[in-house]
Write a protein that binds this ligand. Structure first.
Ligand code: DHB
Length: 493
């Protein structure tokens, strides 16, 4: 009898094990156990948090180094169970990015400090290689990040944090990823690709997106670049006559693009005729905010200020008041009034080009065009053999490549948030809230690129907080007080 019981128990346990093995869902968060970690904020306070690390977010793992996510939960704040989730990616230059740990000096550490959960997902990139094949070319990175979002939705009932309030964040190519996550929630074009990777069968939409200097709209970015920087002369650019001729051709494409983009500033349709003024308004607003904070703006940048001080002192007949003559001589900059009234756009753009030399021509789709080397973007659209390809008809014709293949064309679309304003199905969701920053001294892509994106979002009735940030170059996760004020505002219960 005893022996029989033992045998039965053994059989039962084997059965249970088998049932468990069959039932175990590789994409379930269940059973994940955390480590406890600490982070010291720059001002000395310590944050304790739970860390769940190295979680595969797809079942058909092509790259075990990059296709994982890390998940972090603040341990000492109440409400983490239902807290919004900051999802930061570290994609840069379209290169592969591993899932990292939070940093005390960027938005991830700050998010934990504020009581939010944090997800840092890795993603393959243009440099990813497996057995001699390039496995991270477009659209791998966005597929990986969307699969990570799907994991969070799929496990929402098992994980601390609220997957209905995911806020994505990234810089540059990572800003493009953040913008794509915000624009392409549940979009049908990505569905079969995600399914093939073994992503969780779940939603992949997000609540809000923070995008710093997003490198987007790649198929129009070359024209925007040359149109914007026409005022920078050949010597400053260090360009050949051939390159200048290409630059002029590209610049000439921009007016038609803007005219057809169908964007509005309030009631006013934006066209090539009024677009320079529109661009100026963002640069003036940037300078104005700087003045409000007491920044002195060098005269050489081309701004004009309201001449209130002089007017106040003027005599009734308009002659120069004697009182002014007795005033001590002071530097012009110190007499700047509070109000920025105008900017000489070309002077300002030339200043930007002296801060960091402009990219050569074409800025993005360069490979083979008058002898240019491949850019990161050319590699992004290359194939598994590691090729670098042209992705615009213009550069393909100039380089001798000929045409853009339908496959590359499809990938260009999958990487461009500007291509998803049309809702394709009832499931497609665009994030409701947007925080977009582009440095007012950032020349990595031209100002119209983020401006057009922010404008189009706003025209679609989405909630957009957009600015060109004074004196900032190509960087992200700055002015975290501002970012987290916005997050608090949009996630207020
Ligand atoms: C990045 C910068 C670029 O100038 C570019 O063309 C693409 C990506 C980056 O920093 O991620």
């Amino acid at each position: 009898m005893k022996r029989k019981t033992a045998i039965l128990l053994a059989i039962a346990s084997i059965l249970t094990l088998n049932v468990a093995a069959v039932a175990r869902d590789p994409l379930s968060f269940e059973g994940q156990s955390p480590k406890i970690l600490f982070l010291t904020m720059p001002w000395g306070e310590e944050v304790t948090y739970y860390a769940y690390e190295g979680i595969f977010y797809v079942t058909n793992v092509a790259d075990s180094t990059y296709q994982t996510l890390n998940y972090y939960v603040p341990a000492e704040k109440r409400g983490a169970e239902f807290a919004p989730i900051l999802m930061r990616n570290y994609v840069g230059g379209y290169m592969a990015a591993e899932a990292r740990r939070p940093s005390a000096t960027d938005a991830t550490g700050r998010a934990l400090y504020e009581g939010y959960c944090v997800c840092i997902a890795g993603a393959r990139g243009r440099d990813s290689e497996q057995g001699g094949a390039f496995t991270g070319r477009a659209p791998a990175a966005i597929l990986d990040l969307k699969a990570a979002v799907a994991y969070l939705h799929y496990n929402d009932h098992l994980m601390p944090g609220d997957a209905n309030r995911i806020i994505t964040d990234g810089t540059s190519a990572g800003g493009a990823m953040s913008a794509l996550l915000g624009m392409t929630g549940n979009h049908s074009l990505y569905r079969p690709l995600l399914k093939a990777m073994g992503a969780a069968d779940s939603r992949d939409d997000v609540f809000a997106s923070a995008c710093y200097c997003p490198i987007i709209d790649l198929e129009h970015a070359d024209a925007a670049y040359e149109w914007t920087y026409q005022c920078v002369d050949q010597a400053t650019r260090g360009a050949t006559d051939e390159q200048m001729a290409i630059a002029a051709e590209l610049a000439a494409q921009f007016p038609q693009y803007i005219n057809e983009l169908d964007i509005h500033d309030g009631e006013k349709q934006l066209t090539a005729l009024n677009y320079r003024d529109y661009l100026k308004s963002f640069i003036i607003a940037s300078a104005q905010r700087a003045r409000n904070e007491g920044v002195i703006i060098p005269d050489s940048l081309g701004f004009t200020f309201y001449a209130a001080a002089e007017r106040r002192g003027a005599s009734a007949d308009g002659t120069r008041p004697s009182r002014l003559k007795r005033m001590p001589r002071i530097a012009h900059a110190d007499r700047q009034s509070e109000f920025v009234t105008d900017v000489d756009l070309d002077t300002y753009l030339r200043y930007v080009a002296t801060r960091t030399p402009l990219k050569s021509t074409p800025a993005f789709d360069a490979t083979g065009v008058v002898g240019a080397m491949a850019t990161g973007e050319n590699e992004l659209f290359g194939d598994a053999s590691g090729s670098a390809v042209n992705f615009t008809a213009f550069s393909a014709a100039k380089s001798g490549q000929g045409t853009v293949t339908p496959e590359v064309e499809a990938n260009v679309k999958l990487m461009n948030p500007m291509a998803f304003f049309q809702y394709d199905t009832a499931q497609h969701r665009i994030a409701r809230f947007w925080y977009i920053r582009h440095g007012a001294a950032d020349r990595d892509t031209a100002f119209p690129v983020p401006i057009n994106f922010a404008t189009k979002l706003s025209n679609y009735g989405l909630n957009v907080d957009f600015a060109l940030t004074w004196n900032r170059g190509h960087e992200g996760d700055y002015n975290l007080d501002d970012l987290f004020t916005w997050i608090a505002l949009i996630t207020r219960p």
